[in-house]
Design a protein around this ligand. Structure first.
Ligand code: PBG
Length: 327
């Protein structure tokens, strides 16, 4: 057979396959999202996310230690307060649950890099991501609250803040307040391109943050759109974002690739709760191989252009990288 080009030549052995691998990743780019809840005595497993927990102030420390041992030294924290109110006041309270968790983690494990999710939906009684005016989320009123949340987290020990609310102008508002208060070195990772997605279903059970009425489509993006995502990414960049995130990850590889082509900022992809639960539940039902699927999903996000990957599988992925199954 006269074949000059035989792609299979470079696929023959694991040694060769690894040499020509196009997508390389390592643990330094992994971020693990974790929940810490007020008013619980023991950690509670999240029923929609088997293997994930609402942590107490004690068990979040154990979780931190486990992550560090696995080589994951970055964590995104979500707080679940005991009391919710229309203004989400526990979100910016100096002794709110997430602020206390940050201070406690930093004290015991200063090497853990802490990222605060800046949003209101876990803290508001109505479950929306901002302050209501009638039945609408009022953009401009919400901005000052978001900036206060970010500041309170940084004062409690957060190394980075990540606004996930999708209000217009929030990156600029947060940047201004942080700078005024002397925190100009704290980066902002913006959930720049965040879709109104049913993949967040399990998270809302975890955080009790499903909206009491309506949905989030007046602020999160329509999943039919991609150019609108590029507009969001450009605006956040202009307002001073340091890292741009696309969320969810799994069904949005095209969006990751396009955002990556447009920006010179690092791009993050968030593999959200529904992605985790689909894999976990299908694996438990014996339908798929959890480890292989988790590796394939992670590689697809990096291949699309992600520099940073947020995943509930982060410690497992770190292990797979050690074993040479990924990376
Ligand atoms: C807060 C927030 C959400 C997620 C991250 N930050 C929920 C939402 O927008 O409804 C989702 C994360 C996940 O599903 O894993 N706004």
């Amino acid at each position: 057979m006269e074949l000059t080009t035989r792609p299979r030549r470079l696929r023959r052995t694991e040694q060769l396959r690894r040499m020509v691998r196009e997508t390389r990743m390592d643990k330094s780019s992994l971020i693990y999202p974790a929940f810490v809840a007020e008013g619980i005595r023991e950690r509670e497993e999240i029923s929609a996310m088997p293997g994930q927990y609402r942590h107490t102030l004690d068990t979040i420390l154990t979780q931190t230690e486990t992550l560090l041992r696995a080589g994951v030294d970055k964590m995104m924290l979500f707080g679940i307060p005991a009391e919710k109110d229309p203004l989400g006041s526990q979100a910016y309270c100096s002794h709110g649950i997430v602020q206390r968790a940050m201070t406690a983690i930093k004290e015991r494990f200063p090497e853990m890099y802490l990222i605060g999710d800046v949003c209101m939906c876990e803290y508001t009684s109505h479950g929306h991501c901002g302050i209501l005016k009638g039945v609408e989320v009022d953009n401009d009123t919400t901005l000052q609250y978001l900036a206060r949340i970010a500041l309170s987290q940084v004062q409690a020990g957060a190394d980075m803040v990540a606004p996930s609310d999708m209000m217009d102008g929030r990156v600029g508002a947060i940047r201004r307040l942080l700078d005024e208060q002397g925190f100009e070195e704290v980066p902002i990772m913006s959930y720049a391109v965040k879709y109104a997605s049913s993949f967040y279903g399990p998270f809302r059970e975890a955080a009790g943050s499903a909206p009491a009425f309506g949905d989030r489509r007046s602020y999160q993006m329509d999943f039919h759109n991609v150019r609108e995502g590029l507009k969001e990414a450009a605006l956040d960049e202009a307002e001073g974002a340091d890292i741009l995130m696309v969320k969810p990850a799994l069904a949005y590889g095209d969006v990751i690739a396009k955002v990556k082509a447009q920006t010179t900022l690092p791009v993050a992809a968030y593999s959200v709760s529904g992605e985790y639960s689909m894999v976990k539940c299908a694996a438990r039902a014996g339908c798929i191989d959890e480890a292989r699927i988790a590796c394939e999903m992670a590689a697809s996000a990096y291949r699309a252009g992600a520099d940073i990957y947020l995943s509930y599988f982060a410690p497992e992925l770190a292990g797979y990288m050690d074993e040479g199954r990924l990376g």
